[in-house]
Design a protein around this ligand. Sequence first.
Ligand code: SAH
Ligand code: SF4
Length: 354
Amino acid sequence: MPNEKSSLIGLTRGELESFVQQIGEPAYRGRQLYDGLYRRRLRSFAEMTDLPLALRTWLSEYARIGELQVERSSGPAKDHTRKFLLRLDDGLFIESVFLPESPGQTVCISSQVGCAIGCTFCATGKMGFSRNLTAAEIILQVLEIERLSGTSVTNIVLMGMGEPLHNYENVVKALKIFTDSEGMSLSPSRITVSTVGIIPMIERWCAENPPAKLAISLHATTDERRDQIVPANRAFPLEDLMKSLRRLAHVTRFPVTFEYIMIADFNDRREDAANLRHLLRNIPAKMNLIRLHPTGSGLTPSSDDAIDRFMGWLVEEGIDCTVRESRGVEDSAACGMLYAQEPHPPLSRINRDE
Ligand code: SAH
Ligand code: SF4
């Protein structure tokens, strides 16, 4: 049953101040609520003992903190990764992944139910698009994983289901709460938002400079090839994207991180390394090479030798690169493998009091 009471998680300090003022309380009660919800991560109004009893009782009756139902969890896998299937109030599902010691306590969270882009290699892309997540649903993924794992999250990557820049407003609202020193207090340099490269939204990012790093999913070095696997490239071709990214690097003064899935004989050729040097000219860049995870796409992953060879060519071209360790593959919890729909692989039921 959907819960009719609206969730307080997701509201900013100012919104919580207005909320309490509407019921005749002074604004500072809103700031106390904000502190209880985000800094102290309290999960019930009863624990907010700095609020008067009458207000706590009123809140318990007419408001709620907000939660996501943990439908199932998998893991911990050999590499300690755990994947969670979470049910939203309207009955839709999303997946989130906990990657402890990677090296921080990292959560990979979703920004949408499904994704409208439809990249050929990505399991989420095959689901189609259902809806954007609210700021509350984005934040609650982190809070639920902290609760279930008993740890404090230090790093967040928006690399789960969905295209974050198609849900700009809610994602940025969540980023501000994640990084507010009086809120969840995470460092902006430890939050990464991954995008296929929605140019108008990158322009908006340049203008507003939200508190997170942007990573770009590149995956091919010519428009002709990128069009085949990342349909958004038709609207936002490579040279236009690079122009925006030059601005981004200038505004943020950080190198731009690129993600590059290694596909055999498709993007791991000598000429791809040369094309990259040309594309990335005047962009301080870091390339993250990613193994193609199996999603039934029919594409063949590059071999380890091919990846090593490609890295050598990138070094020759003067491009800074690393190979990203693939985690969570055995439980379909790795990049691009999130697909939150029934039927689902058998996962253990989780005890909510765990
Ligand atoms: N929509 C955003 C963020 C979610 S996808 C984006 O595309 O960037 C997060 C990362 O997973 C992206 O870099 C994406 O390219 C990668 N990914 C998708 N499918 C994959 C697969 N089969 N193997 C490896 N990485 C994959
Ligand atoms: Fe969407 Fe990213 Fe998957 Fe492409 S890779 S379909 S943009 S989630």
